[in-house]
Design a protein around this ligand. Sequence first.
Ligand code: GUN
Length: 303
Amino acid sequence: MSAKIISGTEIRKQILEEIKAEVTEIKEKHGIVPGLVTILVGQNPASISYVTLKIKTANQLGFHEIQDDQSPDISEEDLLGLIDKYNNDDSIHGILVQLPLPKHIDEKKILNAIDPDKDVDGFHPVNVGRLMIGGDEVRFPPCTPAGIQEMIVRTGVETSGAEAVVVGRSNIVGKPIANMMLQKGPGANSTVTVVHTRTKDLAAHCKRADILIVAAGVPGLVKPEWIKPGACVIDVGVNRVGEKPSVKNPGRMVAILRGDVDFDAAKEIAGSITPVPGGVGPMTITMLMKNTLKALKMSAGIA
Ligand code: GUN
Protein backbone atom coordinates (compact mmCIF):
# COMPACT_ATOMS: atom_id res chain seq x y z
CA MET A 1 0.00 0.00 0.00
CA SER A 2 1.22 3.49 -0.79
CA ALA A 3 2.18 5.79 2.11
CA LYS A 4 0.24 8.85 3.23
CA ILE A 5 2.04 11.84 1.69
CA ILE A 6 2.76 14.49 4.33
CA SER A 7 2.32 17.76 2.45
CA GLY A 8 4.27 20.67 3.92
CA THR A 9 2.46 22.95 1.50
CA GLU A 10 -0.94 21.98 3.00
CA ILE A 11 0.21 22.08 6.64
CA ARG A 12 1.85 25.47 6.00
CA LYS A 13 -1.50 26.80 4.76
CA GLN A 14 -3.28 25.70 7.96
CA ILE A 15 -0.60 27.16 10.26
CA LEU A 16 -0.43 30.48 8.39
CA GLU A 17 -4.21 30.82 8.73
CA GLU A 18 -3.91 30.20 12.49
CA ILE A 19 -1.13 32.81 12.77
CA LYS A 20 -3.06 35.35 10.70
CA ALA A 21 -6.15 34.97 12.91
CA GLU A 22 -4.04 35.49 16.04
CA VAL A 23 -2.25 38.53 14.54
CA THR A 24 -5.64 40.10 13.71
CA GLU A 25 -6.95 39.45 17.22
CA ILE A 26 -3.83 40.90 18.91
CA LYS A 27 -3.94 43.94 16.64
CA GLU A 28 -7.59 44.58 17.55
CA LYS A 29 -7.12 44.04 21.30
CA HIS A 30 -3.67 45.53 21.85
CA GLY A 31 -2.94 47.68 18.77
CA ILE A 32 0.38 45.95 18.07
CA VAL A 33 1.68 43.66 15.31
CA PRO A 34 4.72 41.35 15.14
CA GLY A 35 7.81 43.12 13.78
CA LEU A 36 10.47 41.20 11.86
CA VAL A 37 13.70 42.51 10.37
CA THR A 38 15.57 40.45 7.78
CA ILE A 39 19.21 41.43 7.35
CA LEU A 40 20.76 40.25 4.10
CA VAL A 41 24.47 40.85 3.53
CA GLY A 42 25.53 40.60 -0.11
CA GLN A 43 23.74 38.98 -3.02
CA ASN A 44 23.96 35.22 -2.68
CA PRO A 45 21.15 34.08 -5.07
CA ALA A 46 19.85 31.34 -2.73
CA SER A 47 19.83 33.80 0.21
CA ILE A 48 17.97 36.40 -1.88
CA SER A 49 15.26 33.90 -2.75
CA TYR A 50 14.89 32.71 0.90
CA VAL A 51 14.73 36.29 2.20
CA THR A 52 12.25 37.33 -0.50
CA LEU A 53 9.95 34.49 0.55
CA LYS A 54 10.30 35.38 4.24
CA ILE A 55 9.38 39.01 3.52
CA LYS A 56 6.43 38.00 1.33
CA THR A 57 5.07 35.66 4.01
CA ALA A 58 5.51 38.26 6.78
CA ASN A 59 3.66 40.85 4.69
CA GLN A 60 0.81 38.41 3.92
CA LEU A 61 0.35 37.90 7.66
CA GLY A 62 0.16 41.63 8.40
CA PHE A 63 3.55 41.80 10.15
CA HIS A 64 5.62 44.97 10.32
CA GLU A 65 8.53 43.96 8.08
CA ILE A 66 11.87 45.67 7.56
CA GLN A 67 14.09 44.47 4.76
CA ASP A 68 17.62 45.60 5.57
CA ASP A 69 19.94 44.77 2.66
CA GLN A 70 23.62 45.48 3.22
CA SER A 71 26.64 45.59 0.96
CA PRO A 72 28.91 42.49 1.01
CA ASP A 73 31.68 44.85 2.17
CA ILE A 74 29.97 45.89 5.41
CA SER A 75 32.40 45.64 8.33
CA GLU A 76 31.78 43.32 11.26
CA GLU A 77 31.64 46.37 13.52
CA ASP A 78 28.95 48.05 11.41
CA LEU A 79 26.89 44.85 11.29
CA LEU A 80 27.15 44.57 15.08
CA GLY A 81 25.99 48.20 15.29
CA LEU A 82 22.98 47.38 13.13
CA ILE A 83 22.02 44.46 15.36
CA ASP A 84 22.33 46.70 18.40
CA LYS A 85 19.95 49.16 16.74
CA TYR A 86 17.29 46.48 16.20
CA ASN A 87 17.88 44.98 19.66
CA ASN A 88 16.77 48.38 20.99
CA ASP A 89 13.88 48.94 18.56
CA ASP A 90 10.58 48.17 20.35
CA SER A 91 8.69 47.74 17.06
CA ILE A 92 10.98 44.81 16.14
CA HIS A 93 10.34 41.47 17.89
CA GLY A 94 12.38 39.17 15.64
CA ILE A 95 15.83 39.68 14.10
CA LEU A 96 16.96 37.38 11.31
CA VAL A 97 20.46 37.58 9.86
CA GLN A 98 20.45 35.47 6.72
CA LEU A 99 23.32 32.95 6.59
CA PRO A 100 25.89 32.40 5.22
CA LEU A 101 27.73 35.67 5.89
CA PRO A 102 30.81 36.84 3.92
CA LYS A 103 34.10 35.29 5.10
CA HIS A 104 35.44 38.48 6.75
CA ILE A 105 32.56 38.41 9.25
CA ASP A 106 32.56 36.06 12.25
CA GLU A 107 29.14 34.40 12.06
CA LYS A 108 29.24 33.26 15.67
CA LYS A 109 29.95 36.78 16.93
CA ILE A 110 26.99 38.14 14.95
CA LEU A 111 24.50 35.49 16.08
CA ASN A 112 25.63 35.88 19.70
CA ALA A 113 24.98 39.65 19.49
CA ILE A 114 21.26 39.18 18.79
CA ASP A 115 19.08 39.68 21.89
CA PRO A 116 18.03 36.08 22.80
CA ASP A 117 14.44 37.36 23.20
CA LYS A 118 14.48 38.44 19.51
CA ASP A 119 16.40 35.39 18.22
CA VAL A 120 13.55 33.91 16.17
CA ASP A 121 15.98 31.57 14.35
CA GLY A 122 16.77 29.93 17.71
CA PHE A 123 20.53 29.95 16.99
CA HIS A 124 21.74 31.93 20.05
CA PRO A 125 23.51 29.73 22.65
CA VAL A 126 20.97 30.82 25.29
CA ASN A 127 18.12 29.46 23.16
CA VAL A 128 20.08 26.32 22.26
CA GLY A 129 20.53 25.75 26.02
CA ARG A 130 16.85 26.43 26.73
CA LEU A 131 15.88 23.90 24.05
CA MET A 132 18.14 21.32 25.69
CA ILE A 133 16.43 21.83 29.08
CA GLY A 134 13.00 21.55 27.42
CA GLY A 135 9.49 22.23 28.76
CA ASP A 136 8.68 25.80 29.78
CA GLU A 137 12.30 26.85 29.27
CA VAL A 138 11.97 26.63 25.47
CA ARG A 139 11.60 30.02 23.75
CA PHE A 140 12.39 29.63 20.06
CA PRO A 141 12.86 26.13 18.68
CA PRO A 142 14.95 26.38 15.47
CA CYS A 143 12.61 26.62 12.49
CA THR A 144 13.34 23.46 10.49
CA PRO A 145 13.20 21.07 13.49
CA ALA A 146 10.08 22.86 14.75
CA GLY A 147 8.50 22.32 11.33
CA ILE A 148 9.41 18.64 11.38
CA GLN A 149 7.84 18.09 14.79
CA GLU A 150 4.71 20.00 13.75
CA MET A 151 4.33 17.79 10.65
CA ILE A 152 4.71 14.61 12.69
CA VAL A 153 2.12 15.77 15.23
CA ARG A 154 -0.40 17.01 12.64
CA THR A 155 -0.10 13.71 10.74
CA GLY A 156 -1.15 11.89 13.93
CA VAL A 157 2.02 9.78 14.18
CA GLU A 158 2.54 8.28 17.66
CA THR A 159 5.85 9.58 19.01
CA SER A 160 5.64 8.37 22.62
CA GLY A 161 7.84 5.31 23.00
CA ALA A 162 8.59 5.31 19.27
CA GLU A 163 12.08 4.54 17.97
CA ALA A 164 13.14 7.81 16.30
CA VAL A 165 16.30 7.66 14.23
CA VAL A 166 17.89 10.93 13.08
CA VAL A 167 20.39 10.76 10.23
CA GLY A 168 22.74 13.76 10.49
CA ARG A 169 24.16 15.76 13.41
CA SER A 170 24.13 19.38 12.22
CA ASN A 171 23.51 22.21 14.67
CA ILE A 172 20.47 23.45 12.74
CA VAL A 173 18.62 20.16 12.12
CA GLY A 174 20.07 16.87 13.43
CA LYS A 175 21.09 17.83 16.97
CA PRO A 176 18.04 20.00 17.79
CA ILE A 177 15.41 17.62 16.37
CA ALA A 178 17.02 14.70 18.25
CA ASN A 179 16.85 16.76 21.43
CA MET A 180 13.23 17.80 20.81
CA MET A 181 12.04 14.24 20.15
CA LEU A 182 13.44 12.95 23.43
CA GLN A 183 11.91 15.62 25.65
CA LYS A 184 8.87 14.96 27.82
CA GLY A 185 5.63 16.19 26.24
CA PRO A 186 3.38 15.94 23.19
CA GLY A 187 5.08 15.15 19.88
CA ALA A 188 8.07 13.79 21.77
CA ASN A 189 8.85 11.09 24.41
CA SER A 190 10.64 9.08 21.73
CA THR A 191 13.67 6.82 22.08
CA VAL A 192 16.19 8.65 19.94
CA THR A 193 19.24 7.46 18.05
CA VAL A 194 21.45 9.87 16.08
CA VAL A 195 23.51 8.39 13.27
CA HIS A 196 26.17 10.17 11.21
CA THR A 197 29.08 9.78 8.79
CA ARG A 198 31.10 7.71 11.30
CA THR A 199 28.27 5.34 12.23
CA LYS A 200 29.26 1.75 11.47
CA ASP A 201 25.99 0.26 10.24
CA LEU A 202 23.66 3.01 9.05
CA ALA A 203 21.22 0.55 7.49
CA ALA A 204 20.73 -1.45 10.72
CA HIS A 205 19.79 1.68 12.68
CA CYS A 206 17.43 2.99 10.00
CA LYS A 207 15.66 -0.37 9.79
CA ARG A 208 14.64 -0.06 13.48
CA ALA A 209 13.09 3.38 13.03
CA ASP A 210 9.37 3.99 13.58
CA ILE A 211 10.17 7.62 12.77
CA LEU A 212 13.09 8.19 10.39
CA ILE A 213 14.32 11.78 10.05
CA VAL A 214 16.95 12.19 7.36
CA ALA A 215 19.03 15.38 7.20
CA ALA A 216 22.29 14.26 5.63
CA GLY A 217 22.40 16.30 2.42
CA VAL A 218 23.27 13.22 0.35
CA PRO A 219 20.82 12.53 -2.50
CA GLY A 220 19.26 9.07 -2.27
CA LEU A 221 21.35 8.06 0.78
CA VAL A 222 18.54 6.10 2.43
CA LYS A 223 17.65 2.99 0.46
CA PRO A 224 14.07 1.68 0.36
CA GLU A 225 15.12 -1.59 2.03
CA TRP A 226 16.30 0.41 5.08
CA ILE A 227 12.76 1.56 5.80
CA LYS A 228 10.64 -0.31 8.33
CA PRO A 229 7.19 -1.07 6.86
CA GLY A 230 4.71 1.54 8.12
CA ALA A 231 7.39 3.99 9.35
CA CYS A 232 7.01 7.76 9.22
CA VAL A 233 9.80 9.12 6.98
CA ILE A 234 10.77 12.80 7.11
CA ASP A 235 13.19 13.78 4.35
CA VAL A 236 14.96 17.07 5.08
CA GLY A 237 17.37 16.81 2.13
CA VAL A 238 16.96 19.32 -0.68
CA ASN A 239 19.72 18.43 -3.15
CA ARG A 240 20.12 20.13 -6.52
CA VAL A 241 20.89 17.30 -8.93
CA GLY A 242 20.48 19.16 -12.23
CA GLU A 243 18.35 21.64 -14.16
CA LYS A 244 15.27 21.41 -16.38
CA PRO A 245 13.29 23.88 -18.48
CA SER A 246 10.68 25.75 -16.43
CA VAL A 247 7.02 25.04 -17.26
CA LYS A 248 5.83 28.33 -15.64
CA ASN A 249 8.50 30.55 -17.27
CA PRO A 250 9.33 29.20 -20.75
CA GLY A 251 12.95 29.82 -21.73
CA ARG A 252 14.17 29.67 -18.13
CA MET A 253 15.75 26.76 -16.27
CA VAL A 254 14.76 25.47 -12.82
CA ALA A 255 16.64 23.19 -10.43
CA ILE A 256 15.82 19.50 -10.25
CA LEU A 257 15.59 18.72 -6.53
CA ARG A 258 16.04 15.34 -4.93
CA GLY A 259 15.79 14.32 -1.29
CA ASP A 260 18.04 12.10 0.84
CA VAL A 261 15.50 9.29 0.45
CA ASP A 262 14.52 7.45 -2.74
CA PHE A 263 10.93 8.76 -2.55
CA ASP A 264 9.26 6.67 -5.29
CA ALA A 265 10.39 3.35 -3.84
CA ALA A 266 10.14 4.44 -0.18
CA LYS A 267 6.50 5.51 -0.46
CA GLU A 268 5.54 1.89 -1.21
CA ILE A 269 6.97 0.78 2.17
CA ALA A 270 6.55 3.73 4.58
CA GLY A 271 3.31 4.52 6.42
CA SER A 272 3.75 8.24 5.83
CA ILE A 273 6.44 10.24 4.02
CA THR A 274 7.35 13.81 3.08
CA PRO A 275 7.99 14.60 -0.61
CA VAL A 276 10.86 16.75 -1.97
CA PRO A 277 10.01 19.46 -2.84
CA GLY A 278 6.79 20.31 -0.96
CA GLY A 279 7.63 18.52 2.29
CA VAL A 280 9.79 19.99 5.04
CA GLY A 281 10.88 22.99 2.91
CA PRO A 282 7.67 25.08 3.19
CA MET A 283 7.58 24.53 6.97
CA THR A 284 10.79 26.41 7.84
CA ILE A 285 9.56 29.91 6.98
CA THR A 286 6.17 29.10 8.53
CA MET A 287 7.82 28.33 11.87
CA LEU A 288 9.87 31.54 11.62
CA MET A 289 6.57 33.42 11.51
CA LYS A 290 5.29 31.42 14.48
CA ASN A 291 8.44 32.26 16.47
CA THR A 292 8.09 35.97 15.60
CA LEU A 293 4.49 35.96 16.83
CA LYS A 294 5.70 34.26 20.03
CA ALA A 295 8.39 36.93 20.46
CA LEU A 296 5.73 39.65 20.25
CA LYS A 297 3.51 37.84 22.77
CA MET A 298 6.43 37.39 25.17
CA SER A 299 7.48 41.02 24.96
CA ALA A 300 3.90 42.28 25.43
CA GLY A 301 3.07 39.76 28.17
CA ILE A 302 0.23 38.21 26.13
CA ALA A 303 -0.45 34.60 27.15
N1 GUN B 1 20.29 30.24 5.69
C1 GUN B 1 19.73 29.06 5.32
N2 GUN B 1 18.76 28.69 6.19
C2 GUN B 1 18.71 29.67 7.14
C3 GUN B 1 17.89 29.87 8.28
O1 GUN B 1 17.02 29.06 8.63
N3 GUN B 1 18.13 31.01 8.99
C4 GUN B 1 19.09 31.90 8.64
N4 GUN B 1 19.25 32.98 9.41
N5 GUN B 1 19.87 31.75 7.57
C5 GUN B 1 19.66 30.63 6.82
